[in-house]
Design a protein around this ligand. Sequence first.
Ligand code: F6P
Length: 594
Amino acid sequence: MTNYGVEMLWIVILASLGLSALAVLFSISRRRDSHAPAVARAAGEDVAAEAARKVMREFEKNGQSADAALVTWSPETLRKILADDLPDAQVIVVSNREPYIHNVKDNGVELVVPASGLVSALEPITRACGGTWIAYGGGSADRLTVDDNDRVPVPPDKPSYTLRRVWLSEEEYQGYYLGFANEGLWPLCHIAFTRPIFRASDWEAYEAVNRKFADTVVAEARNERPIVLVQDYHFALLPRMIRERLPEAIVIAFWHIPWPNSEVFSICPWRERILEGLLGSSIIGFHTQFHANNFTESVDRFLESRIERADAAISYGGQTTLVHAYPISIEWPAELLAKLPTVEECRTRLRDRFGLKADVKLCIGVERLDYTKGILDRFQALDELFTRHPEWIGRLVFLQIAAPSRGTLPAYQQLHDECMRYADELNQRYGSSDGYKPVIMVAEHHSQEQVYEIYRAADICMVTSLHDGMNLVAKEFVAARNDEQGVLLLSTFAGASRELLEALIVNPYDAAMMSDALLQALTMSPDEQRERMRPMREMVRDNNVYRWAGSMLLDAARLRKRSDLDRATGVTERPANTDSNIVSLFDRMRRVAS
Ligand code: F6P
């Protein structure tokens, strides 16, 4: 190596040592945070936000960052990013499912937190940022609990944001939610071999309901420049509707389910309208790069647009949209774990609840009763295991928690009946007169605390969806296991398998492979369980939901600064659809710089 090369090497080594020392100092200061006086705490938060920004800049440059894990992403980091990078921006979340449902029960009102990955991820974010969450009010007591403006402060015990409910007629709900969203887009986007159904009347309802939500966003916006977080496939048309009425808003659309390849997507009769609607966003997020690429390919195939692959940007209609992968996550459940019984107690309680022997191995599945989740395929794997290894009959029980979902749709009713039938069949074939039943199906809603107790009581958790954007159950299971025990069987077709690499990764369509993996899990030593569980727990703790939201907000801040610069320097976008009229992100940056 030349002298110059050696010098450069030393500079790089010294610079990274300096950065690491800073990062360690920073993480120590974060740990001391709770005991620090207010001023020191504020300084610590500054450092946290700056470190977060630095990580994201590194990430943008290199596609990854070695220091990312050293930043503790928390509600404070998020608040600081909002205050520093997006001052005075009002946060508005829009989703179909509301975070808190009020139902009439026993002459009173019962509060329910729905079984929804979207809700468990977005709720802590909205709590941290404040603002307004607009959602469909579907609970039987929802109208009784709002004020004159259809608003209710939540969370009920310690309000920190406003839930604004939107009312839908029976026809709207039928056409927009059950019809177009769940009989059309849901099967279109998931490879589960359920045929999508597209009806013109459903599409009309979908469009009308998207417009109703756009009206509500405009009504709730305090000024022209809110940040609107549009959630999921219920609102593909909403971003453009908002853009038309609030051109200066930042609209971030997050698609929580997979995006199909362009050939599958072409089935949808309103494919161009859906793409155009979504391209009203400033940013469109997916859980995986694969789904982001599928989206870009669909745009390439069906719209006259300019695609800047190196920038992950699409220019359409004179506007640029970033298309990125932001893997969603959970809030690290430190407080919840502190409240929950020990793993030993959870095991005893669950075994008592279902009358299981103390030494029986417990395998669990936890999800909504949905045909994308691969529940029947799990039963088949169990069947295969008992056939090939009958020594496990009597020593293994599979508990399926299946929250009722979309129960009026024929595909869901059929799944419910098939699950019940197959569970009965397995219990008859492998059960015994002493009360042993290998399959327990509980088709009931469970609270977050109850679900975490079940995670802690299990020996094995099967998250074996046929197809899934992310599947947060996998992340919740590892987060719940602070004893570093338990084995996760994870579908290669769930987004989580891109991150939880130490799980036993399986193909849910291959019953023989799944039964082998079950056997491996049943016979895995506690040491190996720990070896696998520890890095997965670190991954989920470091890449928590605040990091997910923080990276989108930092990207949004970049976009806002750039468009403010454009405006200040007179750079305007022109009507699009001809190559010469479209200005790429890079072109614009270069023009502003010069
Ligand atoms: O994450 C996919 C998703 O459809 C969410 O959009 C939704 O909140 C959740 O699953 C539950 O479905 P639903 O709201 O239809 O009960």
